[in-house]
Write a protein that binds this ligand. Structure first.
Ligand code: PMP
Length: 357
């Protein structure tokens, strides 16, 4: 299989599987309990907290574990319920939908801008945004889900008040994430009724998941994965982009290769439907997504591509190739062995249909 859907989720790293397997036997106890197994479990949770804090240049006390990026995003937006909430049109639905419901006109305002988009990889100028935001006494959040492990993150230099992370984009388990909350900024817990996370998030600790997240963070730090993305992965992504443009008539890129995450390539193929391309590639063992996996099953064109291109046809004919650490030159070769033929076939069918109409 050629897996090119890492931005949707990534396979568990071997060291994550090992750590979680061990944890099932050794660290299953309720981490809030006063007994010894509880303390041992809590120590492991704090190890993960320290690793994430170290990786993003934060204090461990500024990290709250959550069930994933969606909950982290929801939590920040809820904290500002009734306040002015400003987001970019490229945000994940967990920001856009909750802001739609909870936004009001109170001050101070919350500005939520992701550093890079998950569908097209595009960078947003959050440094300029945070500067303006803080001048006015407002607050800044960024969804850094796709950034962790891909770029170095210095949360203090980024000058953020809140930031969102998820374990399963870096080889950790699904169902674990984190929220960075700068010491002293407003915060309202999303899940109440428990003293966990210093009363900032109730419910029994997901110790095994958090240990898995820790193993993925350790891998990220030990291998300095951002360097691999900046070199090997960028070369593979750009090679695929060049070959698509050179070998497939009617192809265009929705990703600006000079202003995007190095692992994401979004391309459109004139007169070929994204879902059909995805299924034909799937039949060849090549796994990609159309726009955002979070929105698949939804027949509306991707809100991100609509915001960027304003063209429903471009959005409907788009495919996202997202690379991870395991991809090689061979994967690009394999895609290019089959993709031109698939597009050609679909374009021909589409022409026939059009003529018949
Ligand atoms: N934000 C972004 C930018 C994402 O890419 C995703 C996952 N597609 C999410 C939030 C949601 O992440 P999770 O599955 O951890 O809730």
């Amino acid at each position: 299989m050629v897996y090119l859907d890492y931005a949707a989720t990534s396979p568990l790293l071997p060291e994550v599987i090992k750590a979680m397997h061990e944890a099932e036997q050794k660290f299953f106890a309720n981490a809030s309990a006063l007994h010894t197994p509880g303390h041992l479990a809590m120590n492991k949770i704090e190890e993960t907290r320290s690793l994430l804090a170290k990786l993003i240049n934060a204090e461990p006390s500024e990290i709250i574990f959550t069930s994933g990026a969606s909950e982290s995003n929801n939590t920040v937006i809820r904290t500002f319920e009734g306040h002015k909430i400003v987001t970019s049109p490229l945000e994940h639905h967990s920001i856009i939908e909750s802001a739609k419901v909870l936004s009001g006109d109170k001050e101070p305002a919350l500005y939520s801008y992701m550093l890079a988009n998950n569908e097209i990889g595009e960078f947003l100028p959050i440094d300029k945004i945070t500067k303006k935001v803080h001048k006015n006494g407002d607050f800044a959040h960024s969804d850094l889900t796709q950034i962790l492990g891909k770029l170095t993150i210095d949360i203090k230099a980024l000058d953020l008040d809140y930031a969102t992370f998820s374990a399963h984009k870096i080889g950790g388990p699904v169902g674990v994430g984190a929220l960075y909350v700068k010491n002293g900024v407003p915060f309202k817990p999303f899940i109440i009724g428990g003293n966990q996370e210093k009363k900032r998030r109730g419910t029994t600790y997901n110790t095994i998941g958090i240990i898995g997240f820790g193993a993925a963070l350790k891998h990220t730090i030990d291998h300095e994965t951002w360097k691999i993305y900046d070199t090997k992965i960028r070369v593979l992504r750009n090679k695929l982009a060049r070959r698509i443009l050179g070998e497939i008539p009617g192809s265009s890129l929705n990703t600006d290769l000079d202003n995007s995450l190095p692992n994401i390539l979004n391309a459109s193929f004139e007169a070929a439907e994204g879902e059909s391309i995805q299924l034909y590639l799937d039949a060849e063992g090549i796994i990609v997504s159309t726009g955002s996996a979070c929105a698949s099953g939804d027949i509306k064109p991707s809100h991100v591509l609509m915001a960027k291109t304003g063209d429903a046809e471009v959005a409907h004919s788009s495919i996202r190739f997202s690379f991870g650490l395991n991809n090689t030159e061979k994967d690009v070769e394999k895609v290019m062995q089959v993709l031109p033929k698939i597009i050609d076939r679909l374009q021909k069918i589409s022409t026939i249909e059009r003529k018949q109409k």
